[in-house]
Design a protein around this ligand. Structure first.
Ligand SMILES: [Zn+2]
Length: 69
């Protein structure tokens, strides 16, 4: 489950170190040993990374699509 930021606490992004006031939003994840958080900017970077990896994977070998159906 993902939690939202408490207004009183300043939350820092675990990736870039920016606080919640420097970015649009921060998603906080549950972590027993401390808060793990990611800001919208790092989420976008992560998304691009995932997409580029997928594109590369497709480039090397096309997904097994059934033809002629
Ligand atoms: Zn960040």
């Amino acid at each position: 489950m993902m939690g939202t930021i408490k207004e009183r606490d300043v939350v820092f992004c675990s990736f870039c170190g920016k606080d919640q006031h420097e970015v649009e939003c921060i998603v906080v994840g549950p972590e027993p040993r401390g808060i793990t958080a990611i800001c919208n900017e790092c989420i976008e970077i992560a998304m691009h990374t995932v997409i580029s990896v997928r594109i590369k994977a497709r480039g090397n070998s096309l997904p097994d699509r059934k033809e002629g159906e």
